[in-house]
Write a protein that binds this ligand. Structure first.
Ligand code: NAP
Length: 245
């Protein structure tokens, strides 16, 4: 349908990104999304969003690769002919390490994906987003909490995402595009196990005022609100979705 808006989600194959893809499809968006390498999970997410009535396009593309980012936006343009919103969700923690243990290679890869790749996606999006368009960056509560003993490198990258969001929101307002961030807390996805800490959410839940981890769907709700006209005067916000933590 010609009047359906088009959303691009980076890292939409699994976890929070997949929840955004599915909720957006259920709310009448057509959706393009990228994934890094797990084609099977991307296909599942694609099928679920199609079942909700959306046109859906899944693309393998490393957000940290400038050529892949450019190709992603070109493919969206060719397939849909428009782009109305972007969710910069793709992100990596790198390995569990104190700052003393971390290496330059870890810092370079985490900053490459979480910050430089995200900035490149913002640049591509701003070149085509219409008046009324929106960008939501998926940051983390780690940007304020600091990630001590686990991943200061990751927390610092999300601090950069927060600051980028504030600055870009002021620049993009002139063209009628709203830029915001969500800052999830402990969310039940595979991110923790993939970093070697499968029990992380359960172990740390007692430190959350709401005494539980959150779901990817609960984060997706906040993102879809920020994308919607219901948030028409919200720009430069960093919305914590962390159960009070
Ligand atoms: P996840 O379960 O690990 O899923 C990550 C998704 O991003 C996957 O679809 C993955 O693709 C994709 N991805 C990873 N690296 C990519 C790259 N270089 N280029 C393109 N796509 C890439 O992660 P999540 O927990 O949903 O996290 C999503 C976002 O929320 C991240 O920015 C993360 O930092 C943030 N966050 C998460 C939590 C949490 O507790 N889970 C808390 C705060 C913030 P494949 O499926 O192909 O591997």
């Amino acid at each position: 349908m010609a009047d359906r808006k088009v959303l691009l989600v980076t890292g939409g194959g699994r976890g929070i990104g997949a929840a955004v893809v599915q909720l957006a499809a259920a709310r009448s968006w057509d959706v393009a999304f990228t994934y890094a390498g797990n084609a099977a999970r991307a296909a599942e997410t694609e099928a679920a969003a199609k079942a909700a009535g959306a046109q859906v396009l899944a693309m393998q593309a490393d957000v940290g690769d400038p050529r892949a980012v450019a190709a992603t936006f070109a493919t969206v343009r060719d397939r849909f002919g428009r782009l109305d919103a972007l969710v910069n969700n793709a992100g990596i923690t790198g390995p569990k390490a104190t700052l003393q243990e971390s290496t330059d290679a870890v810092w370079e890869r985490v900053l490459r994906v979480n910050v430089i790749g995200l900035a490149a996606c913002c640049r591509e999006a701003l070149a085509v987003l219409p008046q009324g368009g929106a960008i939501v960056n998926v940051s983390s509560r780690a940007s304020e909490l600091g990630g001590a003993g686990e991943w200061v490198h990751y927390a610092a990258s999300k601090g950069a995402v927060d600051t980028l969001t504030v600055g870009l929101a002021k620049e993009a307002a002139a063209q009628g595009v709203r830029v915001n961030a969500v800052n999830p807390g402990l969310i039940e996805t595979e991110l923790h196990a993939n970093a070697g800490m499968p029990d992380r959410v359960a172990r740390m839940s007692a430190g959350v005022p709401m005494a539980r981890g959150g779901s990817a769907e609960e984060v997706a709700e906040a993102i879809l609100w920020l994308l919607s006209d219901a948030a028409s005067y919200v720009a430069g916000a960093r919305v914590p979705v962390g159960g009070g933590r």
